[in-house]
Design a protein around this ligand. Structure first.
Ligand code: GAL
Length: 483
């Protein structure tokens, strides 16, 4: 982790607003927008041009309320502390498109697998505040599989009837009161996510939504959830393995339509591992994001391969429509096969920086899935670099274009809203190597400013080209402003 220390820029004590510039909400849906800001505490928030119907909590930065009318509001967010003031404009769009920037948060799966319970979710929410992740835009706290009743189980904790007499889905005993849990999460300015399958049971063998879709979606809305991950799993048996487009789309059209009718915005994350080129139709069936492949799982040596495959679908990345290459797995991560028991991730610091850089260049949803209770300084540093996250949360929503530089080296170029570009240079090879590029080779105009985003440093002498020695499986992330 030596290398990490070099890369660590000290967080500035001056206020900085880290929230994205755009936010979408459907008319009449409850708004919960938390202004994310870093800097020395205490910090106070204010907002100019806040539309009627919304109120701001000056201490927490939470904007709540409802807006019935479609349209756009330009709000100036202000964060102040003893050292100064930061301002940023927020374009709040009341309309049909939600998730105008990639969703950010945490998911329980790669930490706890089926060992998840109410307390672990509350602890994750607490940690999201305490660690400062919330100040960088992380907001969703998502329960993955295993919260419902396990099929054919005599275990009194997870077994039992799947539904009550009215057909309402029941939780297992590890989740005694879902409404109380989402209330707890929302009170912190965070959002809550849940998981199920369109099949009769989930991938881990718990009760799914098959033939109860409307009931279950209503239940999720009543409980107060803000996101649903809908995982194909046993639906494959329902359709006897058929994989034609109509069959693949059907359960998602059904759930997408039902979710839109709920009285709150619920993001839909399609999880069907990329079948039928889901990126081509995920948005049309009501999804905001879709996994483009199987689980990244524990095979973290596949980060580059998975990223390059995911980036092939760049044309489908735009506000409200995101390709999902799976979770960020750094820090302490668990494994489904061991039922949680998180241990240190097996990848090097360079690989972790590359992981985050790639996910940001691709405008991927940023869901951390490691142990929130054991976020060390290094892990936080990888997850919470504001200039790196700006690349992910950019309002254009573009996924970077890949440009090969050699057998094992490649560049990624992403256009950003202000006319600048994010440029990643990567070495996926097993040996350290010199990477050199002329901006003109990447078809980029001569820059007036080049900045290293991990180090927060402007680079002199990079006017026409850039070169660096990159360790094995490493990258650099730059931002270029044209003359
Ligand atoms: C898989 C899914 C994982 C996790 C798991 C739960 O199908 O890809 O992300 O949700 O199911 O059983």
């Amino acid at each position: 982790k030596e290398e990490a220390v070099i890369l660590t820029p000290k967080p500035s004590p001056k206020p900085r607003i880290n929230s994205a510039r755009v936010f979408g909400v459907r008319p009449g849906s409850p708004v919960l927008y938390t202004i994310a800001a870093s800097g020395q505490r205490p910090l106070w928030f204010s907002a100019e041009n806040l539309p009627e119907g919304l109120t701001l909590n000056r201490e927490t930065g939470q904007i709540t309320g409802k807006l019935a009318k479609r349209g756009e509001h330009k709000i100036t967010m202000v964060a102040t502390n003893d050292l100064g003031e930061a301002r940023k404009e927020l374009r709040l769009v009341v309309g049909d498109t939600i998730a105008l920037t990639p969703p950010m948060g945490w998911n329980s799966w790669n930490c706890w697998a089926c060992a998840v319970d109410d307390k672990k979710i509350r602890d994750a929410a607490d940690a999201m505040i305490k660690s400062g992740l919330i100040n960088h835009g992380y907001q969703y706290v998502n329960i993955d599989d295993c919260w419902m009743v396990r099929l054919n189980s005599d275990d009194p904790v997870v077994g039992g009837p799947r539904r009550d007499e009215a057909g309402r889905l029941l939780t297992n005993k590890r989740f005694p009161d879902m409404k109380a849990l989402t209330d707890y999460i929302h009170a912190k300015g965070l959002k809550a996510g849940i998981y199920t399958s369109p099949g009769p049971f989930t991938c881990a063998g718990f009760a799914g939504a098959y033939q109860h879709e409307a009931h279950d979606a209503k239940q999720f809305a009543d409980w107060g959830f803000d996101l649903l991950k809908y995982d194909w799993c046993s639906y494959g048996d329902v359709v006897q393995g058929k994989q034609d487009l109509d069959t693949l789309k059907k359960p998602y059209i059904l759930m997408g339509g039902i979710l839109k009718k709920q009285d709150r915005d619920i993001l839909l994350n399609l999880c069907q591992y990329g079948m039928g080129d889901v990126w081509k139709w995920g948005a049309e069936v009501g999804g905001q994001s879709w996994r483009t492949a199987g689980d990244l799982g524990f095979e973290l040596d596949r980060i580059f391969e998975v990223a390059l495959k995911n980036a092939e679908h760049r044309d489908y990345s735009r506000p409200g429509s995101w390709n999902d290459p799976d979770y960020l797995q750094i820090g302490y991560i668990g494994d489904a096969s061991t039922g949680g028991h998180p241990k240190p991730c097996p990848i090097t610091p360079s690989e972790q920086y590359a992981f985050m850089s790639l996910w940001c260049l691709m405008a991927s949803p940023l869901f951390y899935s490691g142990d929130m209770g054991r976020l060390d300084e290094f892990t936080l540093n990888v997850l919470c670099n504001p200039e790196v996250i700006d690349v992910n949360q950019d309002a254009l929503g573009q996924c970077a274009k890949v440009l090969p530089l050699g057998d094992e080296q490649f560049a990624m170029v992403k256009d950003l809203e202000d006319g600048s570009r994010a440029v990643g240079l990567f070495n996926r090879g097993e040996l350290a190597t010199d990477v050199a590029v002329k901006w003109s080779d990447l078809k980029l105009p001569e820059p007036k400013r080049v900045r290293d985003l991990w180090r927060h440093k402007d680079l002199d002498g990079a006017v026409t080209q850039f070169s660096a020695k990159l360790p094995r499986h490493a990258g650099v992330l730059l931002r270029l402003w044209a003359k």
